[in-house]
Design a binder for this molecule. Structure first.
Ligand SMILES: [Zn+2]
Ligand SMILES: [Zn+2]
Length: 181
C-alpha cells in the first residue's frame, strides 16, 4: 500500500501521528534509519530526493510498531513532538550535506580537471547543479513546515541557532536560501 506523504503530514499537522507504511494512526510511531531503497516510500524526506527509486542514502523512516517488526527495523518510539524533532534534525543533516557538496565535495565527486578547479558547479555541470538545487529547495521548504509546526504550538525549536549558521554559510557560497532573513 502506497502512502501519500503529503496527506500523512497534513494528518500529522492535524495532531495525529501515522505510520507511513500502513497509514495507521497511532499515539507513538517508530523512527529509525534504513539504507534500503525499499524503505524510500516510508521516508518522509525521500519524497523529494532524486532518483527516489534507487535511493540508498541513510534515511529516516517513520512506521508503526507492527510495520517496524515486519521490516526488521530498529529505532525508537516517539510521540508527535519527538517525531517532528527527528524530522527537523534529519532535514538539517541533509541540508548540511548539501552545503558541503556545493562547497567542495562535488569536485571529488565529479573528478574535476585541475584546470577547472576555480569553476563553479553550475558552470561545469548545470544538470547536476539543478538537481542539487531542487533537492536543497525541497529540504528548505520542509524545514519551514517543521519550524512552523513548533512555532504554532509555542514549543521550543531544538538548537535554534542552526538556521542562521546554515543561512550565512550558504549565502557566503553565493547561493540563495529560503531560510535567510
Ligand atoms: Zn532518498
Ligand atoms: Zn504500520
Amino acid at each position: 500500500m502506497q502512502i501519500d506523504w503529503q496527506k500523512a503530514i497534513d494528518e500529522i499537522l492535524a495532531s495525529k501521528v501515522s505510520g507511513l507504511r500502513c497509514g495507521t494512526l497511532v499515539e507513538e510511531v517508530l523512527v529509525g534509519y534504513s539504507r534500503s531503497p525499499a524503505a524510500t516510500p516510508f521516508s518522509p524526506l525521500c519524497q523529494g530526493c532524486n532518483p527516489r527509486e534507487e535511493c540508498d542514502a541513510r534515511k529516516l523512516v517513520v512506521v508503526c510498531d507492527a510495520c517496524a517488526a515486519e521490516l526488521r527495523l530498529r529505532g525508537h518510539k516517539v510521540g508527535q513532538e519527538g517525531m517532528m524533532a527527528a524530522l527537523l534534525d534529519e532535514c538539517r543533516r541533509n541540508l548540511e550535506e548539501s552545503l558541503d557538496y556545493l562547497a567542495d565535495y562535488w569536485r571529488e565527486d565529479l573528478d574535476v580537471d585541475p584546470q577547472d578547479m576555480d569553476k563553479r558547479l553550475e558552470e561545469l555541470d548545470p544538470q547536476i547543479f539543478a538537481q542539487e538545487d531542487t533537492w536543497r529547495r525541497y529540504l528548505e521548504e520542509q524545514y519551514l513546515k517543521f519550524h512552523r509546526w513548533f512555532r504554532e504550538r509555542a514549543l521550543p525549536i531544538p538548537n535554534p541557532g542552526w538556521r542562521s549558521e546554515y543561512a550565512e554559510e550558504i549565502i557566503a557560497l553565493g547561493y540563495q536560501t529560503l531560510l535567510g532573513d
